[in-house]
Design a protein around this ligand. Structure first.
Ligand code: PLP
Length: 394
């Protein structure tokens, strides 16, 4: 077949035709267990009846107007997200990268308001914030940046989970205006920081007059067993929080949420998006949140996550290829001794979907929150089979 798509991905040789709950079917009628949820997106599983209903209701009523008019669905969603996140105002967009772009722009406005001409944001090694030029410049992976130089200026790199390194920067630099971090690094390899890391970031930002941006694009909307991952500890409220992925369960939507001074920085004309916050995406996102809340799916993500993590530890800890098994809620990583891209094909043979992260060393599981104990057991068994087969071949 002629290559008509730009080669940004290297897709695996499978095409899915439909899905239901935790399962997907391919063109040959084969059934797969979806332990990836479109990379942390379809948290309610495929074809959820409440979401199907919300989609058809709003599609028949009104898809799009423009942000030059009042949009009731957007106001409602902003109110709900502010209640759940502790933030005060929302800017809506269509992806995680766009939410982070808005956050970066807010920090620059903040810096200029303080009289800092070249404001800088501290960002982390191994971070991933998206593929736009500012977001790839903020990301801590050369693979993401290579070939796209000149990078956007205004970022200072620090090691993740290293407060003394940030203290050193604070002593030497007068141009810092913010810290940007993921509560758990997803693309970096499911890296969990010390329990008090976000608290320490908050304290440092308070002391220095810096804004704290938490990128909750992957960790947010219940994935780790709290609606936002910063809520696992007290006193971690950020100034800016970015969210996307699971918010629409597959309908593209993102949001940059902010509180305090950060919430009031944008003035009319400073930022915008044609599609961002349209009635359709906002109505569906509201239905996603309602469904999560009505069915206690955040605590289900916590419990099923513990169950799955323990099961994986039981089944995998004796396998030599496995270095570490870690995670929070339904965000789980299994670190392998070596980079293992071939294991994705073995996964297809075993009829299970997962991805690799952390330089292809870490099997990443991000299953839907609706998964049953039986599904979790099947995931653990199939993953054990995959790693065993891979070890035998390798
Ligand atoms: C933490 C984090 N931030 C930002 C992004 C970018 O989101 P999007 O692909 O929706 O632009 C991702 C995507 O994987 C992510 O994991």
């Amino acid at each position: 077949m002629a290559q008509t798509l730009m080669a940004t991905y290297r897709p695996l040789p499978v095409t899915f035709t439909h899905g239901r709950g935790v399962h997907l079917w391919d063109t040959e009628g084969r059934e797969y267990l979806d332990a990836l949820a479109g990379i942390a997106v379809t948290a309610l599983g495929h074809s959820h009846p409440a979401i199907n209903q919300a989609i058809s209701e709003q599609a028949c009523r009104l898809l799009h107007v423009s942000n030059i008019y009042h949009i009731e669905e957007q106001q409602q969603l902003a109110k709900t997200l502010c209640r759940l996140s502790g933030m005060e105002r929302a800017f809506f967009c269509n992806s995680g990268a766009e939410a982070n772009e808005a956050a970066i722009k807010l920090c620059r406005l903040y810096g200029h308001q303080k009289g800092i001409q070249q404001p800088c944001i501290i960002v982390m090694e191994k971070a991933f914030h998206g593929r736009t030029l500012a977001c790839l410049s903020a990301s801590g992976s050369r693979k993401v940046q290579a070939g796209f130089e000149p990078l956007v200026q205004g970022f200072i790199r620090a090691p993740y989970n290293d407060i003394p390194a940030l203290e050193t920067i604070a002593q030497h630099r007068q141009d810092v205006v913010a810290i940007m971090a993921e509560p758990i690094q997803g693309e970096g390899g499911i890296c969990l920081p010390d329990e008090d890391y976000i608290q320490q970031l908050r304290k440092l930002c308070d002391r220095q007059g810096w804004l704290l941006i938490l990128d909750e694009v992957q960790t947010g909307v219940g994935r780790t067993g709290k609606f936002y991952a910063y809520q696992h500890q007290e006193d971690c409220l950020p100034d800016i929080l970015t969210t996307a992925k699971a918010l629409g369960n597959g309908i593209p939507i993102g949001a940059c949420l902010a509180k305090g001074i950060a919430a009031k920085l944008f003035k009319p004309g400073d930022h915008g998006s044609t599609f961002g916050g349209n009635p359709f995406a906002c109505h569906v996102a509201h239905a996603v949140i309602n469904t999560i809340e009505e069915n206690n799916l955040v605590s289900q993500a916590a419990h099923r996550g513990d169950f799955l993590l323990n099961l994986l530890k039981q089944k995998l800890s004796n396998i030599e290829a496995v270095v570490d098994i870690r995670g929070k809620g339904l965000m789980i990583g299994i670190e392998l001794k070596k980079a293992s891209p071939e294991i994705l094909t073995i996964g297809l043979e075993k009829r299970i979907l997962f991805s690799l992260t952390g330089g292809d060393h870490v099997i990443r599981l991000l299953p839907p929150y609706i998964l049953s104990e039986q599904d979790a057991t099947a995931i653990a068994e199939r993953i054990a089979d995959c790693i065993t087969d891979f070890s035998n071949v390798g």
